[in-house]
Design a protein around this ligand. Structure first.
Ligand SMILES: [Fe+2]
Length: 384
């Protein structure tokens, strides 16, 4: 079982924190991140990598100056010894701003009876704010189908509204496939980190391309998903979000899956979860309900196998459930289906591979603005 360790004995790190530098020595550096994951009103996960093995920790500073040093442990052992670091922090106060420094203690030797430590690297302070459970407003940006074109992602982020955004959704196909970690880091995580991800979280919705390649089975390790699943629900401001996992686009027996696809079974399990989810108190009591799913779930004549599976099985469950908006991707063009055109009674906004969407949900309603790579408005939609 995971345990969050808070210790006051690491005072030396606080001292180091006051002299925090990007690079303490040239040989031992943070190579990716830090980026925030799974931020909720009482917890956050911080992820980064170093070029050499290390024991990770986070120095967390509250508004009143109180400091905590956090390390995680599993089954009785403090996490660490590798180059990929993931620290979960719990016990945060809703609606509060925190500063943090990621702290990496280099491991020179990790043996049964001899462990040698090297330098301690304290990264510059970053900050984040936990969502307030009482907030009546949320602003978020949706990006999809970047397909590792990080320059395009940079344009979206540079030309988008950063200051007012609470979080970002990457709505699938951020990579072409997953064969090595560079596809994730160079493909989009490093760019996201450069623009926002050290201070605001992104939620990575799996598309069909994320299911391909040897590394696909490790995808979850590089992020942190609520409940440890690619499909889940969460509340932010007045919105109850439903995040769905679309699976592959072709039938499981397609020759290019080489007998390794089992998405019909998986989607059927997800469907059972969805049936319970739409009956939950959180879902029914929410002011707004927004679904994020890579494949648009609409009734249409010609559909790929995966899209049709969702339309045949998920659409009827969502129909009449009070969905205010579905946001989708995949088809690489902008499209909008009115509530009476989607076939399931909810509006569907499909974002292209050359645009991003900024959404505000507040007391007035939901407003979605679609912008091109230069930040020019393409279209605007309002939902009451
Ligand atoms: Fe796709």
């Amino acid at each position: 079982m995971k345990k969050v360790i808070v210790s006051v004995i690491f005072l030396i790190y606080f001292t180091l924190g006051s002299f925090a530098q990007d690079i303490v020595n040239d040989d031992f550096v943070v190579t990716h991140g830090p980026y925030l994951q799974n931020l909720n009103s009482t917890g956050v996960t911080i992820i980064w990598t170093t070029n050499k093995p290390a024991i990770p920790g986070v120095i967390l500073t509250s508004k009143d100056g109180t400091k905590r040093f956090i390390r995680n442990s599993h089954e009785g052992k403090i996490d660490g010894g590798g180059a990929f670091h993931k620290v979960r922090i719990e016990g945060l106060v809703p609606g509060e701003n925190y500063q943090y420094n990621v702290n990496s203690v280099q491991v020179l030797k990790y043996q049964a009876y001899k462990i040698y430590y090297g330098d301690t690297l304290v990264r510059k302070a970053e900050s984040f704010t936990t969502p307030s459970g009482k907030s009546e407003k949320v602003n978020f940006t949706v990006v999809n189908d970047v397909h590792e074109l990080s320059g395009k992602l940079a344009s979206y982020l540079k030309n988008g509204n950063y200051a007012d955004q609470d979080c970002y959704f990457f709505n699938g196909d951020m990579v072409n496939f997953l064969q090595n970690t560079d596809q994730l880091f160079k493909g989009f995580i490093d760019t996201a980190t450069a623009y926002f991800a050290a201070r605001k979280p992104f939620y990575y919705v799996r598309g069909n391309h994320e299911t391909r390649g040897f590394l696909n089975q490790d995808l979850k390790n590089f992020f942190d998903y609520k409940d440890g699943r690619f499909y889940y629900s969460m509340d932010l401001g007045p919105v109850h979000f439903i995040i769905l996992d679309c699976g592959e686009d072709k039938p499981d027996n397609n020759r290019y899956y080489y007998g390794l696809a089992d998405f019909d079974t998986y989607r059927s399990e997800e469907l059972e979860w969805l049936k319970k989810e739409v009956k939950s108190e959180e879902f029914r009591n929410a002011k707004y309900r927004i679904v994020l799913v890579h494949f648009p779930i609409v009734k249409a004549e010609k559909q790929g196998y995966g899209t049709k599976f969702l339309a045949d099985h998920f659409g009827p469950v969502l129909q009449g459930a009070g969905i205010n908006l579905m946001m989708s991707a995949h088809i690489h063009r902008n499209a909008f289906y009115d509530a009476d055109k989607s076939g399931f009674g909810y509006p569907v906004l499909v974002n292209s591979n050359n645009s991003f969407v900024e959404v505000t949900a507040d007391n007035i309603g939901i407003k979605a603005v679609v912008k091109d790579v230069s930040g020019n408005q393409i279209s605007e939609y309002s939902f009451k």
